[in-house]
Design a protein around this ligand. Structure first.
Ligand code: NAP
Length: 313
């Protein structure tokens, strides 16, 4: 595993982060038992992952708490999130404190390393920055949070309008952004600014459905061609990304997808979400492999240059 510094937080983090949400939620989607989900988190730690991302709304904080109970606290970087919009918008102080204290109990810890406002849509950003942020700052002063972050609602905001506002303000030490080889719009709209300001940057949606299910990839490509965002002759309609696979290239599309994100300048951590031990091992291996060959990367940049309206889900 390779480690890096998460921007201005100074935290030393693994380049691969374990995502405990997304469709799989550590296997909760497939009704895996607590023991199986705990084993998955422990496997990730054994493979060198020290960054675990969860959230109030995922239903996986307790699993994480149990999985890390025997690990010295300072060896793990925990990222969790306050569900947004707040259920009780009139009393943000009370709700944010209650949410964090509940997360701390479930995680069996007395502080979280990064506490985010979760999935903020552009129209809600003013409320997040004026009504919620001051309470997070207070909780940070009390030592319950080390760093404050914000995550985008990528499905509703695939061209990063919320993060563009947030990065102008400069309050947030860490952001989470949707980025993958199909929608690379974060390169110019988000990473250019996070690199300038040394903001810690977490990548979500590296794979999702389109890059892990061949049928879904064909559908997504057909839609992009239909709408004129991808040239008709850019890809083989039957196996759209077949040029990525082969000797000296990637072993699978999933492998290519994680490696593409991993070497994106400005991306500190690439999150991988899975409920499968086999996928977890393969994904961590992908995230520790060298970059894709430059001609493949260049071709991906050219093919998807105009795409900023899909998530790859
Ligand atoms: N707004 C937000 O704050 C927000 C939103 C979304 C996600 N997140 C965070 O970001 C993390 C990463 O997002 P994500 O979980 O969607 O990640 P992802 O890694 O892009 O995609 C996960 C999906 O890909 C499948 N997959 C993973 N590895 C595979 C493999 N080797 N072969 C085939 N299929 C594979 C998984 O299914 P299997 O279980 O079958 O492997 C799962 O359905 C989340 O877990 C969460 O922590 C945050």
């Amino acid at each position: 595993m390779e480690y890096t510094t998460l921007g201005r937080t100074g935290l030393r983090v693994s380049m691969a982060g374990l995502g405990c949400g997304g469709p799989s939620r550590l296997g909760r989607r497939d009704n895996k038992s607590d023991e199986e989900c705990i084993a998955l988190v422990r496997q990730a730690l054994d493979l060198g992952v020290n960054f675990v991302d969860t959230a109030e709304s995922y239903g996986t904080e307790e699993i994480v708490g149990k999985a890390i109970a025997a690990v010295p606290r300072e060896k793990i970087i925990i990222s969790t999130k306050k569900a947004f919009p707040l259920a009780d918008r009139k009393h943000p102080a009370k709700e944010v404190r209650k949410g964090l204290e509940q997360s701390l109990r479930k995680l069996r810890t007395d502080y979280v390393d990064i506490y985010h406002v979760h999935g903020v849509e552009p129209g809600d950003y003013p409320y997040a920055s004026t009504e919620v942020l001051p309470h997070l700052v207070k909780l940070r002063a009390e030592g319950k949070i080390r760093f404050i972050g914000i995550t985008e609602a990528f499905v509703e905001d695939p061209n990063h309008r919320m993060l563009e506002q947030a990065l102008k303000d400069g309050y947030w030490d860490v952001i989470m952004v949707g980025f993958n080889l199909l929608n690379q719009s974060a390169r110019s709209r988000v990473f250019s600014k996070t690199m300038e300001d040394n903001v810690g940057t977490l990548v979500m949606f590296a794979v999702r459905r389109a890059l892990s299910q061949p049928k879904r990839l064909r559908e997504v490509l057909a839609e992009l061609v239909q709408t004129g965002l991808v040239a008709r002759d850019a890809c083989n309609p039957e196996e759209p990304l077949d040029f990525l696979i082969g000797e000296g290239k990637a072993s699978t599309i999933v492998d290519a997808a994680y490696r593409y994100c991993r070497y994106e300048p400005g991306a500190h951590i690439v999150l991988s979400g899975t409920g499968s031990l086999e996928h977890l091992k393969a994904n961590i291996e992908s995230l520790t492999k060298p970059p894709l060959p430059p001609p493949a990367t260049t071709r991906l940049k050219e093919i998807f240059a105009k795409v900023d309206c899909i998530t790859g889900n």
